[in-house]
Design a protein around this ligand. Sequence first.
Ligand SMILES: Nc1cc(-c2ccc3ccn(Cc4ccc(CN5CCCC5)cc4)c3c2)n[nH]1
Length: 238
Amino acid sequence: MKFEVLTIFPEIIECYIKHGVLGKALNKGIVEVKVYNLRDFTSDKHKKVDDYPYGGGAGMVMQIEPFYNAIMHLKADEKPRKLVLLSPQGRKFTQKLAQKFMEESKAMVLICGRYEGIDERVKAFVDEEVSIGDYVLSGGELAALVIIDSVVRLIPGALGDELSAVEDSFMKGFLDYPHYTRPEDFKGMKVPEVLLSGDHKKIALWRKRQALKNTLKNRPDLLKNLSPEDMRILKELC
Ligand SMILES: Nc1cc(-c2ccc3ccn(Cc4ccc(CN5CCCC5)cc4)c3c2)n[nH]1
């Protein structure tokens, strides 16, 4: 899968993608990330990318021309790609949308604005407008990285054999169970006995109960379409 990122801060993207799972996926050739500096698609000597908003108002707005020039440059190879604009006003990004992007797109262009946003006319050239949450970031780059990271985790082989995105809690529809590792006793804080029992059936049931308990407490909105077994466990918790 190929990601092409349009931004005025390429370093933000370039720095992050070198590390962890993403870095490994890049080294394995499972993923390719190309970052383009929008200033390279300006036509003035000052490489201007923003201007005052028509109609007045605080802050600056990013001009359409650098976005248009960059998008036309990418489209010159006539390869299919999904163009995604990051914005506070976009469609909410979820694990389900990450799965859809991974399944449907061979290549994605992630368009990152800054300042108070970008000229509305850029939207005529994009396929999706996406928000990663109901809060205002300083620009689209962090949102782009969230999308790249969560989509790459879903690519078969990206996580290596020892990990699996399928186990990620949001894939199962509720929150994760608690995790513990050595030491067994840290200043009197002990690991739950069941996890030391070696009884895998009991451990699995304990984990399911804990996951449902966490979900009931923090994200009851996720508790729909439960299996009869999960519903039975949930009823015991109430
Ligand atoms: N999920 C998510 C995505 C983003 C995001 C994505 C792209 C850009 C480009 C610029 N900004 C900063 C920014 C600052 C202020 C406004 C305008 N105000 C917002 C609320 C009232 C009016 C808009 C935009 C971005 C933010 N933020 N959060």
